[in-house]
Design a protein around this ligand. Structure first.
Ligand SMILES: Nc1ncnc2c1ncn2[C@@H]1O[C@H](COP(=O)(O)OP(=O)(O)O)[C@@H](O)[C@H]1O
Ligand code: SF4
Ligand SMILES: [Mg+2]
Length: 315
């Protein structure tokens, strides 16, 4: 997987949102949601994006989907086609459409079209995601959360994407249902050679699903590598804090972290290392901006953004 070709790439992507304006209506304050994200998504891989609430995960998802433009930097989607599955299937599925139309909507010219061929295609997709033929004419409110997420997955598949962005796909579901949906996603990926960008604040979901993982903090990637390497030997102090704060399966990431270490605001970005105000290892040199560099364990592709934890000769 480490030498698979690239499906998508981001180079130093910044995104900021205006949050206040002067008397002329010109923006004068911003939320700095992404602050220099450089990332490749490879063909056929599942790339996990983890980090606590507010670190920019959904902004990254929206950027990949073309719903948000980079303020700075470059996003190259190559020729890849992308689809997205949201956290909450309740609000992402139009309640007025029957299941078969919901599934085929991404490829329907208009919502009134009703060809037999489309319906037949919907039936095949429905079956592949574990829905039954009689479900096709029902409406979203008639389903459980897990079944609605199956509808959302079939809908994403109908456009035959290369990459599916999964933004917290199981966070709204009961634990028992979560595992079923994750297993379904694994099967579909293997059958269809899809790439997934799996966004989650839940470390056990990412550990279970991902080939590689990128850890985000305040709109930056602070660590990236093969999931096995990152989980076995987390390099960045923030990643260590995240992993230590997951005492049991299914627990949210930062449960148990003291309140005085909460995420600093993104209206005024910190000088130097963004993690400095919370970092137990902070020392001289941390007041300088940190670049991504090879992590100290010399594992290929394992990088982090911390001069204390990176190989010295990189600097
Ligand atoms: N449309 C928007 N307008 C203003 N601020 C936004 C907007 N979208 C996101 N943000 C801000 O950007 C930051 C990152 O948000 P988000 O990407 O939703 O994070 P996450 O998904 O990791 O919780 C937050 O501070 C959020 O308030
Ligand atoms: S650069 Fe310094 S403050 Fe930032 S994570 Fe490393 S040790 Fe901590
Ligand atoms: Mg989010």
């Amino acid at each position: 997987m480490s030498n698979a070709p690239t499906a998508l790439s981001l180079d130093d992507v910044h995104v900021r949102f205006p949050v206040a304006a002067d008397w002329r209506g010109r923006p004068n304050r911003y939320a700095h949601a992404l602050n220099g994200v450089t990332l490749n998504v490879r063909k056929g891989e599942t790339l996990g994006i983890v980090g606590e609430s507010g670190c920019g995960k959904t902004t990254l998802a929206n950027l990949l989907m073309g719903l948000v433009k980079p303020t700075r930097g470059c996003f190259d989607r190559g020729g890849a086609s992308l689809q997205i599955v949201f956290q909450d299937p309740q609000s992402s599925l139009d309640p007025r459409l029957p299941v078969w139309k919901l599934i085929m909507e991404p490829v329907m010219v208009n919502r009134r079209s009703g060809s037999r061929a489309l319906r037949a295609q919907a039936a095949v997709l429905a079956q592949q995601v574990g829905l039954r033929p009689e479900h096709l004419d029902r409406y979203p409110h008639e389903f459980s959360g897990g079944q609605r997420q199956r509808i959302a997955i079939a809908r994403a598949l109908s456009a035959e994407p290369d990459v599916i962005v999964l933004d917290e796909p199981t966070s709204a579901l009961d634990i028992s249902v979560q595992a079923q949906i994750l297993n379904l996603l694994q099967e579909l990926r293997a059958e269809r050679l899809l790439s997934y960008v799996l966004i989650s604040h839940n470390v056990s979901v990412v550990r279970h699903m991902c080939d590689r993982v990128a850890v985000m903090y305040l709109g930056q990637i602070v660590e990236i590598g093969a999931a096995l390497d990152v989980f076995a030997a987390p390099a960045h102090p923030y990643t260590r804090l995240l992993l230590e704060s997951v005492p049991r399966i299914g627990a949210p990431f930062l449960e148990g972290v003291p309140q005085d270490t909460e995420l600093p605001g993104n209206r005024h970005l910190p000088q130097g290392c963004f993690f400095r105000s919370r970092c137990p290892l902070a020392t001289a040199g941390c007041e300088l901006p940190q670049a991504m560099a090879e992590a100290g364990d010399s594992v290929v592709g394992h990088k982090c953004r911390c001069h204390v934890r990176c190989k010295k000769e990189e600097r």
